[in-house]
Design a protein around this ligand. Structure first.
Ligand code: GDP
Ligand code: IMO
Ligand code: MG
Length: 465
């Protein structure tokens, strides 16, 4: 099992720079894949619990431990560390299945020598279940939108196809929802699932007819058998995680335990504050940490916003600084910008400072982490979007309307590039002056201190500043 003993000395220094007493949230400031997993992994030894509060296995957080790389989807990114409780909070939607979901992820870790049991992982009984029909529903809506047959959405969202939005829709709908706790009460589950399945089969058949594809109805007995298997495997881990986190928070022997809230997805994908409708279906900012875990925000004193030194986006929606040229391809290849969850090539572009400032304010960030700096090395000049132009007017703030953003052109500030070799740096002070100036320009614009700069995804490449 990988051990925290392999962490370099500056993990401790990073924590000292980034954290004051109290809980912390780590959140993405762009459209996802900023490198949240790396910072969570680095700071985990300073917390008693790591709690996911939103999203589901649409997230893909990569964590590098020594020479090993872990891609985590539902499991918190602190899972490789011994002695810390990992929590999947009530705000998460959980696909339990061994084919596509949590049980698959747990098995993958077991194959690599990491045991995930009830001492290590607690799953909220209030978290909603992503059922197999949610994935089919997700796929059918996307197929309809892509084929231009749908008046349901403005266009294909380009979802991860994991059924996330459909599970959250059923949560809001209430009468068609299943929660993790329901899996533990088979008779009740049977009575819940029977009417749900009649509705789902009718709905999915209608969607399939519209899309012109075949549909095989889900069978009650098969789903109940699957659910019984999930309950059997996960049952000991399912419980009241709000109480478990309160017990940690109120623990008198530790003087109050600390919780690290791990955000999934990112601010610009937030269902309320992101580029709607091209968003995911949960509260992705630090604002969701309380509702998604049940812990009131009174001890949440640290909100660390993670931004990549350039922008990436997967799926549809506006991306004003997108690079569709050779520079974009260079960044994609150098940054290995292919989805951790779906393998899709990410749409990369220059850093959008207006967007990051908006996200940092939304989250109430106390410090920033800037990742991916070395990916820009070797480019002759670097551009930072500092405003937009729309309809002949300058916009200095991030527009609430995604369709305005879609039509907006970035106004750039240009900085000199810096030479390659930055990924070997072992201290921020060793970086070339032009790289330091780039970091300073970001900090000056956003107005929040950048305390950690990552020149690659390994623990040793996270440099305190
Ligand atoms: P997360 O979802 O925010 O945890 O981030 P992912 O692990 O999904 O994606 C991070 C992406 O950024 C990967 O494609 C990395 O190859 C790329 N990347 C480039 N530079 C860095 C870096 O300095 N740190 C990290 N963590 N990722 C980097
Ligand atoms: P992490 O946590 C990047 C995007 C999808 C799609 C939109 C809606 O790894 O940063 P969904 O399946 O959630 O209904 O898809 O949101 N998306 C992400 N993009 N990183 C993620 O997570 C994402 N989670 C969702 O690509 O555009
Ligand atoms: Mg990711």
């Amino acid at each position: 099992m990988p051990s925290t003993a392999t962490a370099p000395d500056h993990a401790q220094e990073a924590a000292e720079r980034l954290l004051s007493p109290g809980h912390a949230a780590i959140v993405g400031l762009q459209w996802g894949d900023e490198g949240k997993g790396q910072t969570v992994d680095l700071l985990t030894p300073h917390f008693q619990a790591i709690a996911r509060f939103n999203g589901g296995n649409n997230a893909g957080h990569s964590v590098h431990v020594g020479n090993e790389k872990f891609a985590l989807h539902l499991l918190p990114s602190g899972i490789t560390h011994p002695g810390v409780l990992c929590v999947i909070g009530n705000g998460v939607v959980v696909d339990p299945s061994p084919e596509t979901g949590l049980l698959k992820e747990i098995q993958t870790l077991a194959d690599r020598g990491i045991t995930v049991d009830a001492d290590k992982l607690q799953i909220s009984n209030r978290a909603h279940v992503v059922m197999p029909y949610h994935r089919v529903e997700d796929g059918l809506y996307e197929a309809l939108a892509k084929a231009g047959k749908s008046e349901i959405t403005a266009g294909a969202i380009g979802t991860t196809g994991r059924g996330i939005g459909r599970a959250y829709a059923d949560k809001a709908h209430r009468s068609t929802a299943i929660r993790m706790g329901d899996l533990l009460v088979p008779d009740r589950l049977h009575d819940q699932l029977r009417p749900i399945l009649r509705i789902k089969n009718a709905l999915l058949q209608a969607l399939a007819d519209l899309a012109g594809v075949e549909y095989t109805p889900f069978e009650l007995d098969t789903l109940l058998r699957q659910a019984a298997d999930w309950a059997n495997a996960l049952g000991p881990m399912i419980g009241d995680t709000t109480q478990a986190l309160l017990d940690i928070e109120n623990n008198p022997t530790s003087g109050g335990g600390r919780v690290l809230f791990e955000g999934a997805n990112a601010a610009l994908l937030d269902v309320d504050h992101g580029t709607y409708p091209y968003v995911t279906s949960s509260t992705t900012s630090a604002l969701g940490a309380a509702t998604g875990t049940g812990l009131a925000p009174r001890h949440l004193h640290n909100v660390l916003g993670v931004a990549k030194a350039y922008t990436s986006r997967v799926g549809g929606g506006p991306h004003p600084t997108e690079l569709l040229d050779a520079t974009g391809e260079h960044i994609r290849q150098t940054g290995n910008e292919f989805g951790t969850t779906t393998g899709r090539p990410r749409r990369v572009g220059w850093l959008d400072l207006t967007a990051i400032k908006y996200s940092a304010q939304l989250n109430g960030c106390t410090a920033l982490v800037l990742t991916g700096l070395s990916v820009l090395a070797g480019l002759p000049e670097l551009k930072l979007a500092v405003a937009y132009e729309h309809d002949g007017q300058r916009l200095d703030t991030f527009p609430a309307d995604a369709f305005v953003l879609e039509q907006a052109t970035p106004i750039y500030q240009t900085l000199p590039g810096f030479p390659t070799g930055t990924d070997d740096a072992t201290a921020f002070a060793d970086l070339p002056d032009a790289a330091k100036a780039y970091v300073q320009a970001v900090e000056d614009f956003v107005g929040i201190p950048i305390k950690l700069v990552c020149v690659g995804p390994k623990r040793s490449q996270a440099l305190p500043r």
